[in-house]
Design a protein around this ligand. Structure first.
Ligand code: CP
Ligand code: NVA
Length: 303
């Protein structure tokens, strides 16, 4: 784990394949109680420009369980929302904190922080990526299937942050990944190309055919149709995304042992049906719990 010390996690592609495997192993050891850490006097800052339940709470509890401390840097009660330059904020926070997790819109803001901070910067969700979520997702898949290599994950929905990090994450662990999305909501072509280049003997497929994408997959995954910041488009998106709903018919096309995942929060009846969330193939609550274990492993590794 020493090789991640001091490193940023802005994109899942910042990690080497073996580093992801090591993080997942450490997360499993932390979850079982086999290892413990003591990061007394280390402080994690949380700078979130968007709402969050899981990421905020799991990072806070993770740091607490590691023996450290957390400061909530709510932009509205710091000078951040009053326009203090990011470059200045970053250099000042770097003198106080040991690690900073940021949830924002632009990936470029994360990069600016990283450029002006020596401490590790963690992407706690941007419009481009959600790497911490995918570490928890891969942990959940590994718990269910024992291994990752050769499995197929099908993501249904908007080709944005979750699709991007899932493509990169699956590619790095040797999983096949299929993104099924409406043609106008396809993932960033640069990230598709990046995932294809990273893929270890595995496929990266983008299609507008949800039935084809779901065939024999071991993991069916979905996310909201309108992400944070896109609320005004929500109603217009419903008919466009309806064919991509994760429902019982689609689950039947997948591997009989397939699991259903969703990063949450979910809109039941839109991107996922209630029977799938509550059904016995759903591992969504384990997935949410695994945010804690995966981020504990990440914090322990970068600190
Ligand atoms: N999945 C996820 O990141 O949830 P929150 O928005 O509640 O943090
Ligand atoms: N795509 C969603 C993920 C939330 C965890 C969003 O960006 O709002």
């Amino acid at each position: 784990m020493g090789n991640l010390k001091g490193r940023d996690l802005l994109s899942l592609a910042d990690l080497q394949p073996q580093e992801i495997q090591d993080l997942l192993t450490l997360a499993q050891q932390l979850k079982s109680g086999a290892v413990q850490f003591d990061f007394q006097r280390k402080t994690l800052g949380l700078l979130f420009r968007k709402a969050s339940t899981r990421t905020r709470v799991s990072f806070t509890v993770a740091m607490h369980q590691l023996g450290g401390h957390v400061i909530d840097l709510d932009p509205n009660v710091t000078q951040v929302s009053r326009g203090e330059p990011i470059e200045d904020t970053a250099r000042v926070l770097d003198r106080y904190l040991d690690v900073l997790a940021i949830r924002t819109f632009e990936q470029a803001e994360l990069e600016t922080f990283a450029k002006h901070c020596k401490m590790p910067i963690i992407n706690a969700l941007s419009d481009l990526e959600h790497p911490c979520q995918v570490l928890a997702d891969l942990l959940t898949v590994k718990e269910n299937f024992g291994n990752l290599k050769g499995l197929t994950l099908t993501y249904l929905g908007d080709g944005n942050n979750m699709a991007h990090s899932l493509m990169i994450g699956c590619a790095l662990v040797g999983m096949n990944v299929r993104i099924a999305c409406p043609q106008d909501f396809a993932p960033d072509p640069a990230i598709v190309a990046q995932a294809k280049a990273l893929a270890i003997n595995s496929e990266v497929i983008v299609t507008d055919d949800p039935q084809l994408a779901a065939q024999a997959a071991q993991v069916l995954y979905t996310d909201v149709w309108a992400s944070m910041g896109q609320e005004s488009e929500a109603q217009d998106r419903i008919p466009i995304f309806q064919p991509y709903q994760l429902n019982a018919q689609l689950m039947k096309l997948a591997d009989p042992d397939a699991i259903a995942l969703h990063c949450l929060p979910a809109h039941r009846g839109e991107e996922i049906t209630n029977d799938v969330i509550e059904g016995n193939q759903s591992k969504i609550w384990d997935e949410a719990e695994n945010r804690l274990h995966a981020q504990k492993a990440l914090l322990a590794s970068v600190l």
